[in-house]
Design a protein around this ligand. Structure first.
Ligand code: 5GP
Length: 203
């Protein structure tokens, strides 16, 4: 069995990444979403082991010391990391894996998995992103301003990815993500292994 493909997806908060990925994964049973570890508090409705593995700081630092993470980073004052054993187990069983991580993690994974595929999701405009962040009405102005700064900072790293998808219309962005996944699966290098039984008869 050949290894699955590792997709890395990043976006500023407010770009709609989580909903897009949720729908993409529901439609494509060959894709798995990696469950990250984090030290941040669980939000309402989030379940341990489903949305994140919620760890305290000591547990997180122990895992760093044990080299358990494929990548890890501090984002908005909390730690986040991807367990390497989980990702490798999925890939080795032939499943394609999606990592929903920030640009710092994406950079680390790209250095270690040279054939991983990076996808960056952008909002249609900065003004639109601001509107979307403002839409989360419970936040104070200073929290919104801070979110915008962080979102801009995340977006400055778009050039480090293989694909840019603009989430203007949800369905269009979803189709684009799906098309990227499909195209990557048909790449010559990957098909050589998968179709060896057929290609061997042609050589
Ligand atoms: P949230 O706390 O809103 O779920 O996520 C905050 C940010 O952390 C998002 O940009 C998300 O992509 C990023 N993130 C989530 N999991 C990981 C991870 O395992 N590693 C890294 N580097 N970033 C992560």
């Amino acid at each position: 069995m050949d290894d699955g493909i590792l997709f890395i997806v990043s976006a500023p908060s407010g770009a709609g990444k989580t909903s897009l990925l949720k729908t993409l994964l529901a439609r494509d049973p060959a894709l798995s979403l990696s469950v990250s570890c984090t030290t941040r508090q669980a939000r309402a409705g989030e379940r341990n082991g489903v949305h994140y593995h919620f760890l305290d700081r000591d547990q997180f630092h122990n895992e760093i010391a044990q080299n358990a993470f494929l990548e890890h980073a501090e984002v908005f004052g909390n730690f986040y990391g991807t367990r390497e054993a989980d990702v490798r187990a999925h890939l080795e069983s032939g499943r394609d894996v999606v990592l929903e991580i920030d640009w710092q993690g994406a950079r680390q994974v790209g250095e270690r998995f040279s054939d991983s595929v990076g996808i960056f999701i952008l909002p249609p405009s900065i003004a639109e992103l601001e509107q979307r962040l403002l839409g989360r009405a419970t936040d104070s102005e200073s929290v919104i301003a801070q979110r915008m700064t962080q979102a801009r900072n995340e977006m400055t790293h778009y050039g480090e990815y293989d694909y840019l998808v603009v989430n203007d219309r949800f369905e269009t962005a979803l189709d684009a993500l799906s098309a990227i996944v499909m195209a990557e699966r048909q790449r010559l290098g990957r098909q050589r292994l998968r179709l060896a039984h057929l290609l061997n008869q042609l050589d």
